[in-house]
Design a binder for this molecule. Structure first.
Ligand code: PLP
Length: 427
């Protein structure tokens, strides 16, 4: 063996067998199919279908010459704009000093797990990256079961039961609403009850509200209202502002957790140094908001609500069990109602279901088991994002968004879901 070239056994044991995130892997599979000239409906990666608002693009253009490294914690103007946004939306007393900016909220979640020596509580189904990040950081994860009858919302009693035996253990509860993969959110009473349990056990809540602005009724409520001193608010530009590729995420901390912010800022300073300067200047415009941003959000919500109603209807008619989303752009249908017919076709788990759907119809989805659900439950996550978002937004201002509207303006997604509905019913 050549000296200095280490065999694979030199890989950190915790990382052995780790694969790229499934959401990015599905995008690769889709590209491969396209390269072979095969058609593909991209319901796999959860990427906003809408363009970035014009005023925010203009702000980025103007900021292109900004070339210097910015402060590790973020451009002070942006930190203040994010805090102002939280004060406006949630009536909490956050200031610019409470905010940390990073290239994506995913990066911030990772830094949090490196810095916080405690257990991570994850209600399932759960977004795909929290648990792998815990594994990389060497942290323990406890999955909290939820009930499909309650559209997979975490029951306060389940949270209580998970903490009762060791009440003093440091813990972070990740609450993501509207949820990826279900689109389901929490309403006021439920959040108040969860906050009460969190307070009882001194749990820090990481409130992942990256889809909050995409609540269909524009009525997103944050748990921070009930648990200001223990809630970290997580957000960014990726979903509501259509700017996933810009890579900008935000955390805002209660003053009591300043030590955690400081530790994460130290980690940031030794890893990515600071977030891209032009993007931060442009983000100031997005977080300050205004009439054009509100109009953009109203239209986005109307299109997504109409699309969810039309496509969910098609799946329910085909016998699927589909939690009712409150926001975002996902559906999480389960096909146990078609289990016998699917089993006759050799499909008894969700990975085979997703794979066969892709090869037989060209519709790319993700299996529910990637989100911590039993593979035998035959669930898929659909991202309803394969359509021309700019055209749909422009048309949404002119009239009502109904079934006919989404069939006309979100055609590829509607057709893909209809094809899926027909395909699962085939005996
Ligand atoms: N949280 C959830 C629930 C997500 O779905 C995503 C992206 O898909 C993220 C966080 C990460 O977003 P970003 O790193 O782009 O801010």
């Amino acid at each position: 063996m050549t000296r200095g070239l280490h065999p694979e056994t030199a890989l950190e044991p915790r990382l052995r067998g780790m694969q790229p995130s499934i959401t990015l892997a599905i995008q690769e599979r889709s590209r491969e199919r396209e390269a072979l000239g095969l058609s593909i409906a991209r319901l796999g990666l959860g990427q906003s279908p809408f363009p970035v608002p014009t005023s925010v693009v203009d702000a980025l253009r103007a900021a292109a010459p900004e070339k210097d490294y910015l402060p590790v914690r973020g451009l002070p103007e942006l930190c203040e704009a994010v805090a102002g946004y939280h004060r406006r939306r949630h009536a909490v007393p956050r200031t610019g000093g409470d905010v940390l900016i990073a290239p994506g909220s995913k990066e911030l979640m990772f830094l949090l797990q490196v810095a916080f020596a405690g257990e991570l509580l994850l209600p399932t189904p759960t977004w795909v990256s929290y648990a792998p990040q815990a594994r990389i950081a060497g942290r323990g994860v406890r999955m909290l079961p939820t009930d499909v009858a309650n559209d997979y919302r975490l029951a306060p009693a389940t949270l209580d039961a998970a903490c009762r035996d060791e009440p003093d253990l440091p813990r972070i509860l990740v609450l993501n609403y509207p949820s990826n993969p279900t689109g389901v959110s929490y309403r006021v009473d439920h959040l108040a009850e969860l906050a009460e349990v969190a307070r009882r056990y001194g749990i820090v809540v990481l409130s992942d509200e990256i889809y909050g602005e995409l609540d269909f009724r524009g009525e997103h409520v944050s748990i921070v209202r009930f648990l200001e001193d223990a809630t970290i608010l997580s957000g960014g530009l990726s979903k509501w502002c259509g700017a996933g590729g810009w890579r900008l995420g935000t955390f805002s901390f209660p003053s009591r957790l300043r030590w955690l912010l400081d530790a994460m800022a130290a980690l940031a300073s030794e890893t990515y140094s600071a977030t891209s300067a032009p993007i931060q200047y442009a983000a100031v415009r997005a977080f300050r908001g205004g009439g054009d941003i509100e109009d953009y959000l109203d239209r986005s919500r109307a299109v997504l609500a109409g699309l969810v109603e039309r496509t969910r209807g098609a799946l329910v008619s085909a016998g699927a069990d589909v939690p009712q989303p409150d926001g975002a752009f996902y559906l999480f249908p389960g096909f146990m109602g078609c289990a016998e017919a699917l089993a006759r076709r050799g499909i008894t788990d969700d990975c085979t279901l997703a794979e066969r759907l892709l090869t037989e119809t060209g519709v790319a989805t993700l299996p529910g088991s990637s989100f911590g659900i039993d593979a035998a439950a035959l669930r898929l996550r659909l991202a309803l994002v394969d359509f021309d978002g700019a055209r749909a937004l422009a048309a949404a201002g002119a009239g009502q968004v109904d079934g006919a509207f989404v069939e006309r303006l979100c055609g590829p997604t509607v057709q893909a879901v209809d094809a899926l509905a027909q395909w699962v019913q085939r005996s």
